[in-house]
Design a protein around this ligand. Structure first.
Ligand code: NOJ
Length: 546
């Protein structure tokens, strides 16, 4: 099914509001305490009613789940934990009937160490074609017991692990920018390229509207894998790197062009959204040249402190860099890797990363929720597409007191139990006010991570019944965005004094009061993030009809 079609004049992905489904924590259909496709399928009408345009499903592939499914053992099937290919087709079909687009994660920087390709590489000899699919190298030092170079892993420590050769002797090393269970693929290998082209087609043939490209800026490595001067204890900070040999390396663009050509061969505006973590919007825009990715997440916006000047700078820099390549911006406040923004915004310092000392300072939940409402209005008023993370529509916060015994994030192990990792934003959703899993699982099953008891009041059932709830606010905001904001309208900044972020989009003015004074709303209020219709208290925002 590869009849090329001209893209629409304004393809859907330029302005869509997408909802991220972190599958194992969204809804459990079969009662094993883990979210799955039947659970998602049953809740699709909830997402339609929320008012989003589509969903992004995190990896659904067979996987040993050492990194929540970002360790893929088979790229063309569904993990039994999540269901079957027939379930995936049913989700796609029903989503389409409800008018929802569906995109899924595509993890091509690395496989699982249980993928048949890696197993074959371990069983084969150094220098074999099987090993050439990955980055295998001899070690350094007199007996090869030192890693091949000084590169570091995103999950801490060196990016290399040593294997035992089939004969039982200590052997070569392989590269992993993430956990040791996630060996990096060698994208200079023609076999890797050809296989992934087939995998892409497999999913586009099945009807996916797009793919979210995991760790896209890591795919290419500098030839010869040269040292960079990293110390073993250095932090992995790709937002600060330019010219590193392991990230944002020029060769990545060839790979993306190949994929874009495949997507363009399909009808229906298939798209890519890249997880491209690089140094600033100019570098990011290079990934969205017309023959590369359609969109990339704007993580600078997610990470920005809630300061009117900082936000304006980030938004302006993004829009002007992206304009150069004709790409739309893609905004988001939270995802499955970051502390939930209700918690971040309830702290004194609201940006990412937190300044030392670590661990996290206290957070005022009420303040965080107020600011989260205001920032939702800011984000939804911006030109471009938006990604919402599951549970933010319920005002869920980061669960920071999970018992050590339940933590599954590989960062916990690789940091020697010093960094608790990302499980706190992955706690299963509360659907009902009562029951052992607050409606996440059927029956008396406990969910795979324990939910706070207070989430009873934040369940879908409770918020549905409570006027003024976060859920009601999200539904209203999405409705008003659809009705009042024309996608093509440009953004014009408005100066309303220090500490106030204000801009016009067509008929709508968005005002976010970050000053300590009350600000006059001045206009017909379409939607306000607090109860007042005329005055904007600190940390509130409104959309006004001009
Ligand atoms: C980015 C994903 O969002 C994250 O969850 C994962 O751990 C890494 N990539 C490695 O795949």
């Amino acid at each position: 099914m590869t009849g090329a079609a001209a893209p629409s004049e304004r393809p859907w992905w330029r302005d869509a509001v997408m909802y991220q489904v972190y599958l194992r924590s969204f809804a459990d259909g079969n009662g094993d305490g883990v979210g799955d496709l039947p659970g998602l399928r049953a809740r699709l009408p909830y997402l339609r009613d929320l008012g989003v345009d589509g969903i992004w499903i995190t990896p659904w592939y067979p996987s040993p789940m050492k990194d929540g499914g970002y360790d893929v053992a088979d790229y063309c099937d569904i993990a039994p934990l999540f269901g079957t290919l027939a379930d995936a087709k049913a989700v796609l079909g029903e989503a389409r009937e409800l008018g929802l687009r569906v995109i899924v994660d595509f993890v091509a920087n690395h496989t699982s160490d249980e993928h048949p390709w890696f197993r074959a590489a371990l069983a084969a000899a150094p220098g074999s074609p099987e090993r050439d699919r990955y980055h295998f190298r001899d070690g350094t030092g007199p007996d090869g017991s030192e890693p091949p170079n000084d590169w570091i892993s995103a999950f801490g420590g060196r990016a290399w692990s040593r294997i035992t050769e089939p004969g039982g002797e200590p052997g070569q090393w392989y590269l992993h920018l993430f956990a040791p269970a996630q060996p990096d693929l060698n994208w200079d290998s023609a076999a890797v390229r050809a296989d992934f082209a087939t995998i892409l087609r497999f999913w586009f043939d099945l009807g996916l509207d797009g793919l979210r490209l995991d760790a896209a800026s890591g795919l290419a490595k500098e030839g010869g894998l040269p040292d960079h001067g990293f110390l073993a204890e250095d932090l992995f900070q790709p937002v600060n790197w330019v010219g590193s040999p392991l990230w944002d390396v020029e060769g990545v663009h060839d790979i993306l062009r190949e994929w874009r050509a495949i997507a363009d061969g399909y009808p229906g505006d298939r798209m890519f959204v890249g997880e491209v973590v690089v140094n600033g919007p100019e570098r990011l825009a290079r990934y969205m040249r017309p023959d590369e990715l359609h969109t990339t997440f704007n993580l600078d916006f997610l990470k920005s402190p809630l300061d009117a000047d900082d936000l304006r700078r980030t938004i302006s820099a993004t829009l002007s860099a992206f304009d150069q390549v004709g790409a739309p911006a893609t905004w988001t406040l939270s995802n499955h890797d970051e502390t939930r923004h209700v918690t971040r915004y309830g702290r004194e310092y609201t940006g990412v990363p937190l300044p030392p000392p670590w661990p996290s300072p206290p957070s005022d939940r009420e303040l965080g929720a107020r600011r989260a409402r205001a920032m939702l209005l800011v984000m939804l008023a911006l030109p471009g597409s938006v990604y919402l993370y599951q549970g933010e529509e319920l005002g869920l916060w980061e669960v920071e007191d999970l018992p050590d015994s339940v933590i599954q994030d590989p960062v916990w192990e690789s940091s020697g139990h010093t960094i608790r990792g990302r499980d706190g934003c992955r706690v299963p959703l509360p659907w009902a006010a009562t029951g052992p899993s607050l409606g996440f699982s059927p029956g008396a099953v406990e969910p795979w991570l324990p939910q706070p008891a207070e989430w009873s009041a934040h369940s879908v059932e409770s918020e549905d019944a409570r006027p003024g709830s976060m859920l009601e606010f999200y539904r209203s905001a999405l409705r008003v965005r659809r009705a009042s904001l024309a996608p093509g309208d440009p953004l014009d900044w408005v100066d309303l004094g220090g500490g106030v972020l204000a801009f016009d989009r067509g008929p709508v003015r968005c005002v976010f009061n970050r000053s300590t004074d009350v600000v006059q709303a001045d206009g017909t209020v379409l939607l306000a993030s607090d109860a007042s219709e005329e005055l904007l208290a600190p940390d509130t925002a409104a959309w006004l009809l001009r």
